[in-house]
Design a protein around this ligand. Structure first.
Ligand code: PGA
Length: 254
């Protein structure tokens, strides 16, 4: 059985005070309201990670992650943050390849493969994001695009390494748009990703890897999405910025 994950990607939102307040609210609500087995991950901006990681220590269900990292552990890279620094800030996870970074920061699959290596080398788990644009879906290229994102970013890993990875399928046309992929559309892609993992690593390993859905997840669609055979939770943006809606989404995973 795969333990579901619900991760909140706060992107470039929340000042320090707001971030601490949101963390305290979520921690309290998760402790009071969530009994089942689920992992909750908070992904704030880098500069709040230390403080937020400390605040989450009060819950064994909640951990933290970073939104990105550099491929090197240290060096003359002004303005960058290494996976080693992310780990030292108390994180368990680090995103790699969110579509906003692929788009605005020109992150390619080959650079992302190196980020995944840096994340794993620092004993963190990557949450590796993939997903097609609307144009690519309309041209029926989505399976090819997602297939190459997953293969080029992850398939150099050995068995032990791939088992530490989480994959997030996020159709670009569903991110921040209010248009969620239908459960059938999402499940179809998740099953495709799991089949690719099976072909490369075998069924034993593929069946242990968590594949999250992201793109306009809300309290009223979370439960149906997360109950699909290959959907193991969600990566949530907008609805993660408010404690009530985020914890209601977490409830959809238990
Ligand atoms: P959204 O963002 O939930 O606001 O669509 C998801 C994401 O970008 O991870």
């Amino acid at each position: 059985m795969r333990t579901k994950i619900v991760a909140g990607n706060w992107k470039m939102n929340k000042n320090f005070h707001e971030g601490l307040e949101l963390t305290s609210e979520i921690t309290g609500m998760v402790n009071d309201e969530i009994n089942g087995n689920v992992e909750v991950v908070l992904i704030p901006t880098y500069i709040h990670l230390n403080a937020i990681s400390q605040l989450t220590q009060g819950s064994n269900k909640i951990s933290t992650g970073a939104q990105n990292c550099h491929i090197e552990n240290s060096g003359a890279y002004t303005g960058e943050i290494s996976a080693a620094m992310v780990a030292a800030a108390g994180c368990k996870y680090c995103l790699a390849g969110h579509s906003e970074r692929r788009l605005f920061n020109n992150e390619t699959n080959s650079v992302l493969a190196k980020k995944v290596d840096a994340i794993l080398a620092n004993n963190l788990s990557p949450i590796y994001c993939c997903g097609e644009t609307l144009e690519e879906r309309n041209a029926e290229k989505h399976f090819d695009i997602i297939g190459s994102q997953v293969k080029e970013g992850l398939f150099h890993l050995n068995n032990e390494q791939i088992l530490k990875c989480v994959i997030a399928y996020e159709p670009v046309w569903a991110i921040g748009t209010g248009v969620t992929a239908s459960t059938a559309q999402a499940q179809e892609v998740h099953a495709y990703i799991r089949t690719s993992l099976t072909e490369k690593y075998g069924i034993d390993i593929a069946s242990q890897i968590r594949i999250l859905y992201g793109g306009s997840v809300k309290p009223d669609n979370a439960k149906e999405l997360f109950s699909q055979a290959d959907i193991d939770g969600g990566l949530v943006g907008g609805a993660a910025l408010q404690s009530r809606s985020f914890v209601d989404i977490v409830k959809g995973a238990v």
